[in-house]
Design a protein around this ligand. Structure first.
Ligand code: PLP
Length: 413
């Protein structure tokens, strides 16, 4: 047996003891990268972090105190797997403005929407199943589903989001290759992470039509829908096909990610499976966090706070767009997000953004190289995701200026 010489303790080689499924478990490239970029002098456009200066500390503190004083004994106790009923009711009602007839029985509180993605894997994905998703797509979903042996057939995105007309071909290809239909379509309709794009109303309707025709479930992941800086809110896909949509929401980007509170809205028949899966994982989502979030929602504070965040993030988005136009070479392009936290930038094909990352770090600026968002690692070589919510306007200008200089040097050299 080996010894850890620093700590003078024996170390067992666990390799032979691990489950086969661990072969599919990869550490998130972004989490690894965030470790690298968390030094204080780095201007980071890499993470998806909300602006910490705008966390509603006072309101959360007041809600905590109120909950302890009025409901302390319940709020600190075990609670039902489904979640705290008044909060489920509030979330069900919040879907009514879109015409989704949700009731509390359709709502499950989860430990962030990341847990919802994992529960979807646990309940729906068997080894070798295909999922249809966009290219690029949210890396955290891929990480969750890889552990269940998922495979991916990707469809392209343009400035209007996922090109949903490609879904039918993708369906046929998966059926031909694997003998089974794909398990579901994974779609990020609003202010896509990482692409920054929004699915148009026509495409939402078309997606609903296609999903019905092909008998395909839809996983609609919507962490950013509330953070719209211009234009009209669009109905979620579950408005058109509630019976076949699993809708995911979260408090992470509107209230705070540290509470770890997300939710699923889905048909009741599916809910019982998610509840069973969640019981095995963690019994229930933290009771106290749910009471606190419920208090903040019921008082109407969340609405006011989101309004304020929209102002802050809109200014940061505009600052980044202006800085890109001023400092980046003309041969680069980027998406124009109507909301959310990210934009997707493309540089000339001669630059591989994974290689260029080292130069960016020398300039003390970080981003996420595009390839990380392609589940089959077959694209995004000359693209990057840029986050505009975390850094303040001055740092955004400086970071984009430094990246622009480094890009020009690379292109000239
Ligand atoms: C598209 C998407 N889905 C899910 C999540 C997970 O969010 P959380 O678990 O904090 O609710 C994120 C976080 O960035 C995301 O961007």
């Amino acid at each position: 047996m080996d010894m850890d010489l620093d700590r003078q303790v024996p170390v067992l080689d666990w390799t032979g003891h691990l489950a086969e499924r661990t072969a599919g478990m990869k550490s998130s490239a972004i989490r690894e990268l965030l470790k690298l970029t968390s030094q204080p002098d780095i201007i980071s456009f890499a993470g998806g972090l909300p602006a910490p200066d705008f966390f509603p500390l006072r309101e959360v503190e007041e809600a905590c105190r109120y909950v302890i004083q009025t409901e302390g004994k319940n709020a600190l106790q075990y609670s039902p797997t489904e979640g705290y009923r008044p909060l489920r009711e509030f979330l069900a009602n919040s879907m009514h403005k879109y015409g989704v007839p949700a009731v509390p029985e359709n709502v499950l509180l989860t430990n962030g929407s990341q847990q919802a993605l994992d529960l979807i894997g646990k309940v729906l994905i068997s080894e070798g199943d295909y999922i249809i998703t966009g290219r690029p797509t949210y890396l955290g979903a891929i990480q969750a589903w890889n552990a269940y042996g998922a495979r991916y057939h990707t469809v392209n995105l343009d400035d209007d989001g996922m090109i949903v007309d490609e879904i039918e071909h993708a369906y046929e290809k998966v059926l031909a290759d694997s003998g089974k239909p794909p398990k579901f379509v994974y779609v990020l309709p609003n202010f896509h992470n990482p692409a920054g794009t929004t699915l148009t109303l026509e495409r939402r309707e078309r997606l609903a039509e296609l999903a019905t025709k092909l008998d395909l479930p839809v996983v609609e992941d919507d962490p950013y829908g509330q953070l719209r800086y211009e234009g009209q809110d669009l109905p979620p896909i579950c408005t058109f096909i509630p019976e076949r949509t699993i809708y995911l929401g979260t408090f992470s980007k509107t209230l705070t990610p540290g509470l770890r509170l997300g939710w699923v809205v889905c048909p009741e028949v599916l809910m019982q499976w998610f509840i069973k899966a969640k019981q095995g994982a963690d019994l229930h989502t933290g009771t106290f966090a749910q009471y606190v979030a419920n208090d903040i929602c019921q008082r109407g504070f969340l609405k006011v706070h989101v309004q304020r965040l929209r102002g802050v993030y809109k200014e940061r988005r505009d600052t980044m767009l202006d800085a890109l136009a001023e400092f980046w070479p003309e041969s680069c392009s980027w998406t124009y997000p109507q909301g959310g936290l990210f934009l997707w930038a493309r540089v000339p094909e001669s630059i591989d953004t994974s290689d260029f990352f080292a130069q960016a770090l020398q300039e003390k600026v970080a981003y996420v190289p595009g390839i990380n968002f392609f589940p089959n690692r077959d694209g995004g070589f000359n693209a990057m995701r840029l986050n505009f919510s975390y850094s303040g306007p001055e740092l955004i200008v400086e970071g984009i200026r430094r990246l622009g200089m480094a890009l020009k040097r690379e292109l000239e050299g």
